[in-house]
Design a protein around this ligand. Structure first.
Ligand SMILES: Cc1cc2nc3c(=O)[nH]c(=O)nc-3n(C[C@H](O)[C@H](O)[C@H](O)COP(=O)(O)OP(=O)(O)OC[C@H]3O[C@@H](n4cnc5c(N)ncnc54)[C@H](O)[C@@H]3O)c2cc1C
Length: 364
């Protein structure tokens, strides 16, 4: 007799959103190596929802997640997770492009100056996405874990998967500091450790690439920032958004290949962020209040991976969430759950083609 039907490795937003969908139907355990589930990427994000981000295939997942994030079912959360601010994609050349289904308005320089006072002359136009919003990531992640537990799921923190082997029709899973468990299926939702976990389970890695991203909280000599749109550039070299009246979150949009781990920001990336920021607006930089970094993990084609491994059909991949794992989590959790359980997808995601996300694309 197995201890669990499903063991999910990793308690970040990927494992939690999938777990929330399956716990009522299968005995499910989430194992998390750290003492809290949001310690790595999920707890370090820039916390925005931007439908154009990541290209057309990701936009489908994001747009399908929007209504849930905006108005979740009342038994999931009493309030929504999105706080609209709009997003501006600045250009010093042609109009930026957005995927077909994304609503975006063209803004010429004159109007742009009113939206971003102090904008340097170089930026001549922008696309405005009215749907861009902040996400309350901690509340969303907590709500997924809450639904998971209410449906009967178990979360074990401080429980690193060390090794797992498939024999006699079940996984035998060894966790740090505890006895072995048996489960019918294993889900790899280990973020930056996705390939490492696969190897510990005798499954070939996919070639996942964790990349470090830096965030800086700046105080500047200008007030009224909190309600400003998210500002990025079409070339992908920075983004910033107001945090307090005179503070903002800024990123140099870096993607530094890194080993999985508890990454920290480098001085050089903070300096690059500030230098790029100063080319966007004339707001005096007063102080770096804090900085942090996290890993965004990509499959080789930068699309997420949901599905059973073709060579090990009881090993399920739920990895490669890159820089969009929070904003896509409701749709991703539902799609992955339908594949894992072999059931028809929820109507809210039934239109989304799954071929692009299958691990089979890396096994040909
Ligand atoms: C700076 C930054 C900004 C971002 N901004 C945004 C944004 O604005 N919007 C957005 O949608 N996304 C954003 N992202 C991306 C988003 O944060 C990620 O896509 C998402 O958090 C990935 O979730 P995850 O559950 O896959 O990974 P994680 O949250 O890293 O969870 C994986 C978990 O697996 C655990 N684990 C690893 N190995 C083992 C093991 N052997 N046993 C047990 N547990 C294990 C880890 O401890 C970890 O907690 C950003 C990311 C960063 C770093």
């Amino acid at each position: 007799m197995n201890d669990f039907d499903i063991i999910i490795v990793g308690g970040g937003i990927a494992g939690a959103s999938l777990g929330a969908e399956v716990a009522a139907k299968r005995r499910t355990l989430i194992v998390e190596a750290e003492d809290q589930c949001g310690f790595h990427s999920t707890g370090r994000s820039a916390a925005f929802y931007l439908e154009s981000y990541g290209g057309p295939a990701i936009a489908e997942l994001t747009i399908a997640s929007g209504p849930f994030l905006e108005r979740p079912p009342s038994d999931f959360s009493e309030r929504g997770f999105l706080f609209r601010r709009g997003g501006l994609s600045l250009s010093d050349g042609p109009w930026p492009e957005v995927p077909d289904r994304v609503v975006a308005l063209r803004i010429e320089r004159e109007a742009l100056e009113l939206m971003v006072p102090g904008l340097r002359p170089r930026w001549t136009r922008a696309l405005f996405e009215p749907g861009c919003a902040d996400i309350d990531v901690a509340a969303l992640h907590g709500a997924f874990l809450g639904q998971f537990r209410r449906a009967g799921g178990t979360v074990a923190t401080d429980s690193r998967l060390e090794q797992a082997s498939w024999s006699d029709g079940a996984w035998s899973v060894s966790l740090a500091g505890s006895s072995n468990l048996r489960a019918a299926m294993l889900v790899d939702a280990a973020g930056a450790w996705g390939d490492e976990v696969a190897v510990r389970c005798d499954v070939a890695p996919l070639g996942l690439e964790p990349k470090r991203r830096t965030m800086v909280q700046l105080r500047v000599g200008r007030s009224g920032l909190k309600g400003l749109p998210l500002v990025n550039d079409a070339g992908g070299t920075f983004y910033f958004k107001g945090e307090g009246d005179r503070t903002l979150w800024l990123s140099p949009h870096d993607e530094i290949p890194s080993a999985p781990g508890d990454v920290a920001p480098e001085e050089i990336d903070i300096a690059i962020a500030i230098a790029r920021f100063q080319e966007v607006v004339d707001w005096p930089v007063e102080q770096v209040e804090r900085s942090w970094a996290g890993l965004r993990t990509f499959a080789p084609d930068r699309l997420p991976v949901y599905g059973f491994d073709p060579a090990m059909p009881q090993f399920f991949w739920c990895v490669g969430q890159g820089g969009f794992g929070i904003q896509t989590s409701p749709a991703a959790g539902r799609l992955a759950a339908s594949l894992l359980l072999g059931q028809p997808p929820d109507p809210t995601v039934a239109h989304i083609g799954l071929g692009a996300f299958s691990p089979a694309r890396f096994r040909r």
